[in-house]
Design a protein around this ligand. Structure first.
Ligand code: PLP
Length: 418
């Protein structure tokens, strides 16, 4: 209660802006995830690895726009690309542009795809991948896993069916449960298996190599399309998580930072599967979208991947993230806090089990009282994280800030004997 009072007193402008926004937006915002009681902090601007709120506080940004802000808030190369595109190219040309194939070629090379197509979000990428799988196989049902988040209308929280899509289409398995996954895939009429190699929004729970390989084997056995959602995990290494684990999905989906900070999505894979979207064929699937090839995403996405997120940088940055997580895991050992994740993509939990036991969503029994207290107090220490505890590091975050975060965590645990 004392922390909540401090929160309200510390953020009067955010409070006022929230109340004003509620008059016109249900819940005062357009992104459910960003709502937190009693009202969310309203940010004013971002610069490099920091964000600045409306009440004048500065934070080290550990939200990293849920991985889309990987390059930081004002990377000079991205700024230059955006300004130069606006000045010299224009925004929407209503036509194919050469830069589409340039960005596509780089993505295909980096992530081992034959062909790729663009859209405007990870959600769309997954919907298009599913449509391709259904068209290709002539079947409808898709195996997904509890705790998965594949986009706005494709969240499978705690086994619950998503909004707005046909409920009969989904077979929801338990993440990391090999035997049940095999049975679900092999004993039904399945069009596709869709999975995150690490459940990101679900709490940074990694799929074991054996689990992911099993999904691939079972899908192949019954002719189902194996779709790996790399929207978050593609940044875990130079060629994404598939390459780290050694799996070869039929289709992969992408989004987030690969548009250089613009709205972006992409899906791609083998040439025969992607041919279902070739408009030269009379039986092809339509794939439209006014902004699919928008000049900003095509240019700044390319600059980001080609000039900033080089394979060496991807390796080094994720090593930094691994070291950060290991340090946090060491200092939280035996406490109520645990840290899961991979590379520079991690999550904090307050659960009795400890990270080693967390292998699926059902394992996470979160102490929300403590987690909310942490959320408020770590903000007072100048760190911006999501209420649910995700940490998606951004390039250029100084090591000294990560060390300071660890010190603040230690002090929090001591202060609350957690
Ligand atoms: N898939 C995964 C794994 C995600 O984490 C997200 C977003 O967080 C999406 C899909 C949806 O992407 P978007 O928000 O761009 O629609």
């Amino acid at each position: 209660e004392a922390a909540k009072t401090r929160f309200v007193e510390r953020n009067p402008k955010s409070k006022q802006l929230f109340e004003d926004a509620c008059e016109i937006l249900p819940g005062g915002n357009t992104r459910t995830l960003l709502y937190s009681a009693p009202f969310p902090i309203c940010m004013k601007k971002g610069e490099n690895y920091q964000v600045f709120d409306e009440d004048g506080h500065v934070y080290t940004d550990l939200v990293g726009e849920l991985t889309a802000a990987l390059y930081g808030h004002s990377h000079p190369l991205i700024q230059e690309s955006i300004i130069s595109t606006v000045k010299n190219v224009g925004l929407n040309l209503g036509a194919t542009i050469a830069q589409e194939a340039v960005h596509a070629r780089l993505i295909c090379q980096r992530f081992g795809l034959d062909k790729v197509r663009f859209c405007n979000s990870g959600t769309e990428a997954n919907l298009h991948a599913l449509a391709a799988a259904r068209h290709f196989t002539g079947k409808r049902k898709v195996v997904v896993f509890s705790g998965a988040y594949h986009g706005a209308v494709l969240g499978f929280w705690d086994g619950v069916q998503p909004n707005g899509v046909d409920k009969d289409d989904w077979v929801i398995g338990k993440y990391n449960d090999l035997a049940s996954a095999r049975a679900l895939i092999e004993n039904d009429d399945i069009a596709a298996v869709m999975v995150e190699g690490m459940q990101g929004a679900g709490g940074c729970i990694s799929g074991t190599d054996e689990f992911l390989l099993q999904l691939q084997t079972s899908a192949k056995k019954v002719g189902a399309i194996f779709i790996l959602d790399e929207v978050m995990t593609s940044r875990l290494g130079p060629a994404g998580l598939a390459d780290i684990v050694g799996i070869k999905p039929d289709l992969k989906t992408f989004g987030k930072y690969l548009g250089g900070g613009m709205a972006f999505g992409a899906f791609g894979g083998s040439a025969d599967l992607m041919a279902v979207y070739d408009p030269r064929s009379a039986t092809s699937l339509a794939h439209s979208g006014t902004f699919n090839n928008n000049t900003l995403a095509m240019n700044s996405g390319y600059v980001g991947l080609n000039n900033i997120w080089t394979p060496d940088v991807a390796v080094e940055f994720n090593k930094m993230g691994d070291a950060f997580r290991v340090k946090l895991q060491e200092l939280t050992k035996g406490t109520k806090m645990s840290v899961t994740g991979r590379g520079a993509l991690n999550a904090i939990h307050f659960s009795e089990q400890g990270e080693r036991e967390l292998s699926c969503r059902e394992d996470i029994v979160e102490d929300w009282g403590l987690k909310d207290l942490f959320f408020i107090e770590i903000m007072e220490d100048g760190f911006w994280i999501t209420r649910r505890g995700s940490i998606a590091m951004i390039l250029g975050t100084p090591q000294s800030e990560l060390d300071r975060f660890c010190e603040c965590v230690s002090r929090f645990l001591e202060r609350h004997r957690a």
